[in-house]
Design a protein around this ligand. Sequence first.
Ligand code: PEP
Ligand code: MN
Length: 370
Amino acid sequence: MADKNLEIIPLYEWGMFKEPRPSVVAGPCSAETEEQVMETARGLKEMGVNVFRAGIWKPRTHPGCFEGIGVEGLGWLQRVKDELGLKVATEVASEKHVRECLKHGVDILWIGARTTANPFLVQEIADALKGTDIPVFVKNPVNADLDLWIGALERLNRAGVRKLGVIHRGFSTFDKIQYRNDPQWQIAIELRSRYPELPFFVDPSHMGGSTKYIKEISQRSLDLGFEGLMIEAHCNPSSAWSDAKQQLTPAELDDLIFRQLYVRDADSDSPEWKENIDHLRAKIDVIDENLLYALGSRMKISRQIGEYKKDNNIAIIQAARWDSLFGKVVEKGREYGLSEKFLNDVFNAIHEASVEVQNEIISGKKQAGI
Ligand code: PEP
Ligand code: MN
């Protein structure tokens, strides 16, 4: 049986991240050379980043690409810790990776999207983490499977990992889309609503696949109330050995975080705000009730029409009637400032429900009380 609850230590109690949002983890896709790691880390430290990321073992799609510098790079991360006082984070995909990270004092681990999709590997990592206190972030699996993502969290949590968080980096698609990975925000929102206490980061670098999308994805994730961002940054992005198109310089990251992104409060204690918002919400509630009443009344009439069609042996769908009705709806709806797409969605749903009810009448099925 799957666990219902996760036992989570809140993000700001890990001693690594501080409010206000966003908490930032930044650093290169890959640790390439000691100089590149140190120069990037110095730039990030200067702009106030506390947690430095760098991939040591890289899961590449094709063989023959740079697959990470390996254990040697862990020594460079130790230098970042010792000389600059930053916390360091890297990706693990096996028990061996975990052991090496623990040996070299890595502060935070993350499980990459390709690994989250493999329960054998996640279990192997979870077993290797038993008895440790190291925080772990779990990226979403490459495929859009929320249960697989939650299953990975459960495996780690059962192994005693309570400093646990997630990183949303989007899902693979076969069709080419604007972003490198499809956000499918509804999956992230569902995970947040099931586990509101779970620290939630978004990785706009891997989601967007290009520096040009980093701002809009980061802003969206702040607007959705998520705590943190994991962003790839490199001292010289265009010469990066992996993911060159999606890495910012430390200066660009500084500009993004401190000058471009806007953090909206989730709520406010101001009495004036409360009074006004309550008033507006009360109005919306009344309108919603009216909408429901109108939809119910419409459905009653639809049913009567169904009976009448049945008695007269008339087919349910009369395309000409629907076309003219829809034309009028769009014309009228525009006057109310509603878009054609919205009207289309709403009236198609209404029409479908109406047809279904009439179908049941004509085929003699019992009505379920609409
Ligand atoms: C990474 O963060 O370097 C990485 C490989 O990301 P993902 O697992 O999201 O592809
Ligand atoms: Mn990368």
